[in-house]
Design a protein around this ligand. Structure first.
Ligand code: BES
Ligand code: MN
Ligand code: ZN
Length: 480
């Protein structure tokens, strides 16, 4: 879908005209420009709340006129809801080309417009490659304002680049676990490295053994696809800072020998959403040529039961010599991440941001619209929170109290991987913290936000969200 800005109102060539109605927009101002609307929508009253809508067919103009509740001008969350509702209406009405006509003079701030455009793109997305009958999609939206918009052609291009990578991440997460395996992701990372001039190192079984990356080796032991640790780097000509990103890439999480019950197991194809987001961010960093070194780590494995599966009772020694008792093979994420975090810390980056579908507990705590953020670094966490507010990929800070460390300690090893008795999202964060040394660190638990069971207030379709790509790109852009 193409989004353009052209401040002219010529309804020709558009199947529909969308007219956002803000709180306090006088309807007569709209009737002045669309006289037939006074007649068509006289009975109903639209007050300007988000979620409201009225669709009329103008015989005179031979097109649809859509009044859509838009909330407050300048509210980013209202911009997201407006875009969400609009795309749902356009799809329902099988509109191909639409004019988004802002009658209210504004001004519309830059970040308001960025959110509007991002969420038009996000709500345009459908994963329909397996549907023989696809629903008709919008092909073009023209935004028209009364005054020049606070958004350049270059801004639009940047949003398009980012949106492409969000789509890639969503497609990877939605794609079937038969197609997305450590092998296929190694191939995809290699192709991406070539295409976007990123550096890539691949560790498969042999290299993992040499490096002592025993978390990945244990978790991936029963899969026919050997686990992998990929390092994909964006290295600009000149840089002063290095940011490490780490993503969980469990391409299917059956739970291992502690097999998950049937309920929700089909969603466990989404357990590589962190790694998919890291790939999307790295490609974007290359395309926008961001001025720091960004190193992305993807810890890839498949967690299955089987003859060679790792077992409850096993003790794993990590590359930093710490030992971990396996209490539950379904707490596999922290094991593969521990390996990646050790490697990341060895690169001595200025910070590590790790992103993973780590715990069911975060879903209970925060639902599907906030990811949990765990960090002891004030500067890092406030910059992440700011990026969250402006991108709409929301974060909620949770503590990492040293006092809880006792719960992650094992009787026979240094640490244990499960049975933490309460606050298990927090304690999983504490576990990861054991592998990052002194590097400033933030852990983002996206188990609730990466994959939606049903649409939410700003995304109108279920499935993968690409959570993390826009958040982290925004974070990196703000660092510059
Ligand atoms: N991948 C899951 C976490 C998850 C849950 C992601 C729901 C997306 C939606 C993780 O590997 C897991 O199984 N966690 C367990 C750990 C427990 C056995 C200690 C959990 O949180 O229930
Ligand atoms: Mn698991
Ligand atoms: Zn998992």
């Amino acid at each position: 879908m193409k989004i353009i800005i052209k401040n002219s109102f010529k309804p020709e060539g558009h199947d529909a005209v969308i007219i956002p109605v803000f709180q306090g927009t006088p309807l007569p101002a709209i009737w002045q420009e669309f006289p037939e609307l006074e007649f068509l929508s006289r009975g109903k009253r639209i007050k300007g709340k988000t979620g409201e809508a009225e669709v009329c067919h103008s015989l005179q103009q031979q097109r649809l006129l859509m009044l859509v509740g838009a909330g407050r001008i300048g509210s980013l969350s209202d911009a997201r809801k407006l875009a969400c509702k609009t795309m749902a209406l356009l799809r329902e009405s099988r509109v191909s080309k639409a004019l988004f006509y802002f009658i209210q003079p504004g001004p519309y701030p830059h970040d308001y417009l960025v959110n509007l455009i991002d969420y038009l793109h996000l709500n345009h997305y459908r994963f329909d490659r397996y549907k023989r009958k696809k629903s008709k999609a919008v092909s073009r939206i023209q935004l028209a304002f009364k005054k020049p918009a606070a958004l350049s052609v270059n801004d639009l291009r940047t949003r398009e680049i980012i949106e492409h990578q969000v789509t890639l991440a969503r497609d990877l997460v939605n794609e079937t676990p038969a197609k997305i395996t450590p092998d296929s992701l190694v191939q995809l990372f290699s192709a991406s490295a070539k295409k976007y001039h990123l550096q890539l190192t691949i560790c498969r079984k042999k290299e993992l053994e040499e490096l002592g990356l025993n978390g990945l080796l244990a978790v991936g032991a029963s899969s026919c696809c050997s686990p992998a640790l990929l390092t994909l780097s964006h290295v600009p000509k000149k840089f002063s800072r290095t940011i490490a990103l780490v993503g969980k890439g469990i391409t299917f999480d059956a739970g291992g020998l502690n097999l998950k019950s049937g309920i929700g197991m089909e969603e466990m194809k989404s357990d590589m959403a962190g790694a998919a987001a890291v790939l999307g961010v790295l490609i974007t960093a290359a395309e926008l040529d961001l001025p720091f070194k960004v190193i992305g780590f993807a810890a890839l494995a498949e967690n299955l039961p089987g003859r060679r599966a790792y077992k409850p009772g096993d003790i794993i020694t990590f590359a930093n010599k710490k030992t971990v008792e396996i209490v539950d093979t379904d707490a596999e994420g922290r094991l593969v991440l521990a390996d990646a975090l050790i490697l990341a810390a060895r690169c001595k980056p200025d910070m590590i941001i790790e992103i993973s579908t780590l715990t069911g507990a975060i879903v209970s705590a925060l639902g599907d619209s906030y990811a949990g953020m765990f960090s002891r670094n004030k500067k890092l966490s406030s910059a992440l929170l700011q990026a969250a507010e402006s991108s709409g990929e929301l974060l909620w800070p949770l503590p990492l109290p040293a006092e809880y460390k006792e719960s992650i300690t094992s009787k026979i090893a240094d640490l244990k991987n499960a049975k933490y008795s309460g606050a298990s999202a927090i304690k999983a964060g504490l576990f990861l913290h054991e592998f990052t040394g002194t590097v400033p660190f933030a852990h983002l638990d996206i188990a609730g936000t990466a994959f939606l069971a049903k649409p939410n207030f700003c995304l109108n379709s279920e499935g993968a969200t690409g959570f993390g790509v826009r958040l982290l790109v925004e974070f990196l852009k703000n660092l510059a």
